[in-house]
Design a protein around this ligand. Sequence first.
Ligand code: ADP
Ligand code: GN1
Ligand code: MG
Length: 374
Amino acid sequence: MNVNLDGTAEQCLAEALSAFDFGAPVVGALRYGQGHINDTFVVHTQPENACCGRFILQRISAAAFHRPDQLMENIVGVTEYLRREILNSGGDPERETLRVIRPRGGSLYYTDSKGGAWRVYPFIENTVCYQMAESPALFAASGRIFGRFQRYLNGYPAHTLHETIPRFHDTEDRLRKLKDAVAADKLGRAAQCRREIDFVLERESDCSVALQALRKGELPLRVTHNDTKLNNVLMDKDTGEGVCIIDLDTVMQGLSINDFGDSIRFGANHNEEDERDLSKVNLDVGLFESYAQAFLEGAGGALTANEIAFLPWGAKLMTLECGIRFLTDYLDGDAYFHISREGQNLDRCRTQCKLVADMERHWDELRKTVSKWL
Ligand code: ADP
Ligand code: GN1
Ligand code: MG
């Protein structure tokens, strides 16, 4: 089950709650959402003469993030910049970007007595967080807002961002770590995953494709989100449009094709990430196209022709890389991704392999689709 390096979040919840001023008495705090990484709570307050209020309180995962100070500096830098861009475009920054609510004392987050790092955001109301693309229009709306994220942050000095997880989307390094985990085989699970291990090893040279293009200067580094799955964007309950991009922990310098690709990995099919019936897991080329068109529209010309041409590679590599990460975590004993049942990380790996195989089957179609916008 999940490893919390410093005990369960509940042990320090009361302490964390008392570190922040929520502007009204707190009447409850409950586990919330379906993220795989942080411990997330919704906090309810009851002001004396007004409607109840809600906040998001999170304990930042210590297994994933070793420098919460740097991570929070990135988030404050980027959200304050976004705030100005949103205002310039006539939008509502309170709703369209996160805002860090500081604990008493003025730091960006609270450190509890066991060393856990906690932060608070306003709860963005009247929105829905989808776990699956229920329609092409909904998926396109998420593409538009992730594309807009690229456009808004085009002028942000990307090199000033801290690397919150070293080599996060370095697929070559992810492969090396998988090989180490297979060699160590700590829990004797490797024999059970031979097919998945071989599937990845057969694609060893693929792992270098985007990194080679970066090294050759064919792809630029930008401010990227790096975790662009559908449940990291809040959609308007009434209009279905994207409202706010959340989960900014991995905002760093990166490749735009990875932001595109991670969304396709998660959203361009009709099943959950841990679906066990692989016959149901298929790439929907129509969803790929809807998302790509909307992403480019939202980016409003910010991407180069090379970036557009490499979009199918972004999709394939983010899916392969995520499969590698799930498999590595399974072999290592599920220390990184939260799980709710035994074998879940292996099931997640299997859906990613199936999607990669499907992308390969549709490769010419995917390339033809993006060539329309070159
Ligand atoms: P994780 O890194 O664990 O995925 P997230 O930051 O994505 O953590 O938060 C987990 C879930 O909490 C999100 O998928 C979303 O449902 C919800 N959430 C996070 N921030 C907000 C917010 N400001 N307003 C409303 N819901 C939020
Ligand atoms: C994690 O944090 P969350 O649940 O939005 C992970 C992503 C993976 C994703 C797979 C910081 O995303 O990289 O692609 O799970 N986030 C981190 O669902 O590792
Ligand atoms: Mg998330």
